[in-house]
Design a binder for this molecule. Structure first.
Ligand code: HEM
Length: 418
């Protein structure tokens, strides 16, 4: 946050505007880990908004970095397909289970429709009181006058509780959910432990076995509004568990979709208010700004840096010739910093007008299904925080995840006054 960061950022800015465009690989994870990716995206937005990188560890790919272009690609699922993969790197074939985020219509539409009632507005208003009670309990249990990691104590804990609620997952086993999420998203680590691909697959097989038991229970019981019961009782998905890979894939999607994203928004908000203390003053003066601030947190953090599509045919886009089969990466983290659409985009402004006008949730048929759950959680979290704490102070450097997909933190040391 301090001087060091500014110098690193200045150095990055100089490099970003000097580097020959044909050698610029924007996907490098190290720049995300150091939080110096911003100027490189600014360069692309200015000089090559639809940019081809011929060589990277993921192979060749196109980058789309302006807000309006991202919306255009995301909206055109007939040309830019999600089938089989929505991240820049190809998963090893032995580890790419089908899931509806990585499917085109009609499979996508049928499966998405089946689980949507779990996060519909009506259902969420029924859950709001429960969410508030649980958030209050976590906040009341926090230490005062000593440093602790906000990521572990609050962000992971609350996100896990929310997922357990949406799955109606056995409460005492809920810690398994982030474990399974980590095993899905990272090929190397679970929590802080480095694991092999084989161990990762074992963990996911345990996940599958656990959910197969839940599936059998829910199928035999009357229908309810949790993800599993909805799938088991919907005519279109009632046989999903017969195909264990597809069952596992969709479980992974529902677990991962809400996990890192909401978690990192919970941490990102605390960091943003510390980096922009005048905004914290505004918030204290008017907690009615919370709903608007929640959208601004989600824009500023941009928990998922990108989604990838694959071109289904040769197509010209903004003067560039994209070939059938090419990877096209929509960089949401850049769209959300596009000075053409968002004023002072690097600044965190809690009373920004049109704060909901961001690309963090994507657009089109794959637009985030859990956006309202995430917003509700964050809103209640900040309402309960403001009832209790004058200030949550960040007291050390945050540690960031080295990923070009999930933008977030493993450590955020904070202190709440005694
Ligand atoms: C701040 C929090 C969140 C962010 C930033 C986020 C972001 C996204 C993004 C970028 C997409 C893809 C959009 C596209 O391709 O156009 C997506 C899809 C999805 N998200 Fe979220 N998400 C969040 C929270 C959640 C939560 C809480 C859940 C569920 C409990 C969830 C479940 C899903 C699912 C199931 C999809 C796939 C939708 C589809 O393919 O139709 N997300 N999310």
């Amino acid at each position: 946050m301090g001087l060091d960061h500014r110098t690193a950022l200045e150095r990055a800015t100089e490099e970003a505007f000097r580097i020959p465009l044909d050698t610029l690989d924007i996907s490098r994870s190290d720049r995300f880990a150091e939080n110096i990716h911003g100027p490189f995206f600014a360069r692309l937005r200015r000089d090559a908004p639809v940019h081809f990188c011929p060589e990277s560890m993921h192979g060749p790919y196109w980058s789309v970095t302006r807000f309006d272009d991202i919306v255009a690609i995301d909206a055109d699922h007939g040309t830019f397909s999600s089938q089989d993969n929505i991240v820049i790197g190809d998963a090893p074939p032995e580890f790419a289970p089908p899931m509806f985020i990585a499917a085109d219509p009609p499979v996508h539409d049928v499966q998405r429709r089946a689980v949507t009632p779990a996060v519909a507005p009506q259902r969420l208003s029924e859950l709001a009181d429960l969410i508030r009670v649980r958030i209050a309990a976590v906040l009341d249990g926090l230490p005062r006058g000593e440093t602790f990691n906000w990521v572990d104590r609050v962000s992971i804990e609350l996100t896990t509780q929310m997922l357990a609620t949406l799955f109606d997952f056995p409460w005492e086993d809920r810690h398994l959910l982030p474990l399974w999420s980590d095993a899905t998203t990272s090929s190397e680590t679970v929590g802080n432990t480095v694991i092999t691909m084989q161990r990762r697959q074992e963990i996911l097989m345990e996940c599958l076995a656990y959910f197969q038991r839940l599936w059998a229970e829910r199928k035999a019981a009357p229908p309810k509004f949790d993800f599993i019961s909805l799938l088991a009782h919907n005519e279109a998905t009632a046989n999903l568990a017969d195909n264990p890979l597809e069952f596992l894939g969709n479980l992974m999607l529902l677990i991962v979709g809400g996990n890192d994203t909401t978690r990192n928004s919970m941490s990102g908000g605390v960091l943003a208010l510390n980096q922009f203390p005048r905004e914290y003053d505004k918030l204290r003066a008017d907690p009615g700004l919370i709903p608007n601030m929640v959208s601004e947190i989600i824009r500023w953090q941009t928990p998922l840096a990108h989604m990838r599509r694959t071109a289904l045919r040769d197509v010209e886009f903004r003067g560039q010739q994209i070939k059938k089969g090419d990877r096209v990466v929509m960089w949401y983290c850049s769209g959300n910093r596009d000075e053409r659409v968002i004023e002072r985009p690097d600044d965190f402004i809690i009373d920004r007008s049109r704060a909901r006008h961001h690309v963090s949730f994507g657009f089109g048929i794959h637009r985030c299904m859990g956006n309202r759950v995430a917003e509700l959680q964050l809103q209640i979290l900040w309402e309960e925080i403001m009832k209790r704490f004058e200030r949550i102070e960040v007291v050390g450097e945050p540690k960031r995840i080295a990923s070009n997909f999930v933008l977030g933190y493993t450590d955020l040391p904070v202190r709440i006054a005694a």
